[in-house]
Design a protein around this ligand. Structure first.
Ligand SMILES: Cc1cc2nc3c(=O)[nH]c(=O)nc-3n(C[C@H](O)[C@H](O)[C@H](O)COP(=O)(O)O)c2cc1C
Length: 198
């Protein structure tokens, strides 16, 4: 790995720590409990179906030297996009919180949790509500990072605030990411014109 890359990563980590060191955040060497040697102060927890959020999670974990964990429902969502949209809508409308494949058992050892998810149906996916309901983030710094297909964050930040009422929630990192639906629509348009032979 080049020295420039390492130095960039260190600068990013310092910048993020500094950003979090305001009155509502944490500071390096602030006297907060230090977890055991080799254990990170930062957890990067994310849900991702098609990989957009996963890429960002990996980048944050590397830059912050954080521990990385994937949030997964006990029962995976269908492979098919439209079936997933339907299921997610039904679950969100019903306020259903699916079981998680695994819990983060030592969540208390982290000072800050970076929480990543895609926007589903203009809100946070049901599994994110499950994660927040089942893990106590009281007193921790919570940094959301969100990917969406072009319609913004919707109700998701209110959901995070409601489900983690005692966490110190930082400004979210929000980014539009390539959308499965765009791809499907383009393929549909292409198929409508029927591929022809020369
Ligand atoms: C079930 C479902 C619902 C979605 N709903 C929205 C939405 O309401 N607004 C939006 O901008 N994007 C929506 N998207 C697009 C995703 O938020 C976007 O592509 C995201 O980057 C996917 O992240 P991932 O690759 O980490 O799964 C939806 C995608 C799926 C699968």
């Amino acid at each position: 790995m080049s020295e420039i890359l390492v130095s960039r990563r260190n600068s990013l980590r310092k910048a993020l720590l500094l950003a979090m060191s305001g009155s509502a955040g944490i500071a390096p060497g602030s006297g907060a409990t230090q977890p055991g040697a080799g254990k990170s102060r930062f957890l990067v927890a994310y849900f991702s179906r098609t990989g957009n959020t996963r890429v960002i999670a990996g980048q944050i974990a590397r830059a912050m030297q954080g521990d990385l964990t994937e949030i997964e429902p006990a029962q995976p969502y269908p492979e098919d996009y439209l079936q997933t949209v339907d299921q997610a809508k039904r679950e969100s409308d019903a306020g259903y919180e699916p079981s998680l494949k695994a819990m983060v058992l030592d969540i208390q050892s982290y000072e800050a949790v970076f929480l990543g998810f895609p926007i589903w149906g203009m809100t946070a996916p049901p599994v994110i509500r499950s994660f927040l309901s089942r893990h106590d983030l009281a007193g921790k710094t919570l940094v959301p990072f969100i990917t969406h297909g072009g319609y913004g964050t919707g109700q998701s930040l209110s959901v995070v605030a409601q489900k983690a009422p005692r966490a110190r929630i930082m400004d979210a990192f929000v980014i539009k990411a390539d959308q499965e639906r765009d791809t499907l629509e383009r393929v549909t348009r292409w198929l409508e014109h029927r591929p022809t032979s020369r």
